[in-house]
Write a new protein. Structure first.
Length: 217
């Protein structure tokens, strides 16, 4: 048999998949078809019924990091452990994605640290978000505001990414569980307002003001 491997098959439109199904039927005696997909529910039922479905778990962190270190050694890259941790978090256990992130980071510098990876991915680092939240909690609202503006207008970080980063860091703030729940609820409301067309800077400043008020209590 000949083997035809179709990667990202879930990106095919329904019409394209129906056409491909006919190809599968026509050449089933001489060819075996392997379809790789991230979302099996996007593959039409007539194709799924003709296939044996195998589901693969994300690769474990130790294996991904070990392979990335081998690549880094072969390419003469200096990658610190924290950068490897961040790469794995972004890759979500996808080795190809992890390698692509490492390659993109290497295009910037042969010495790759956490900041390099965040820069490549266009995301804000945990350290930067933690600094903003701690400034607001300590009553330094103006400094926290300036840091948010820098992320938005200098680094070009998307408001949605800032909100996601804040969400992850909120759990580590020195606040009561009740206050954390209130801020999480407000964060969701702000995210919704921005999606409906509200000004991101105004919404984020309102959130920082609420945190500053919590810190003064």
């Amino acid at each position: 048999f000949k083997i035809l491997f179709l990667d990202e098959s879930d990106q095919l439109t329904d019409d394209a998949q129906h056409a491909f199904r006919r190809v599968m039927e026509q050449f089933s005696t001489t060819c075996r078809f392997i379809l790789a997909a991230n979302y099996s529910n996007r593959i039409i039922e007539p194709i799924q019924s003709r296939c044996a479905v195998f589901r693969f778990r994300p690769l474990v962190k130790a294996d991904v990091i070990k392979f990335l270190k081998r690549i880094a050694d072969g390419e003469g890259l200096e990658v610190d452990d924290q950068a490897l941790e961040v790469i794995y978090d972004f890759s979500e256990g996808d080795m190809r994605k992890a390698i692509n992130i490492l390659q993109a980071s290497a295009s910037i510098s042969k010495k790759i640290d956490e900041k390099t990876v965040y820069r490549v991915m266009g995301y804000v680092s945990r350290g930067e978000i933690r600094k903003i939240l701690e400034l607001a909690l300590s009553g330094k609202f103006s400094e926290a505001r300036d840091e948010v503006r820098r992320l938005l207008y200098v680094q070009g970080i998307l408001p949605s990414d800032i909100i996601s980063a804040i969400y992850r860091e909120l759990f580590y703030l020195d606040l009561s569980e009740e206050d954390k729940l209130e801020l999480l609820d407000l964060l969701g409301e702000i995210d919704y307002r921005i999606s409906e067309g509200a000004t991101p800077e105004v919404q984020l400043m309102a959130f920082l003001a609420r945190i500053a008020a919590k810190g003064r209590r």
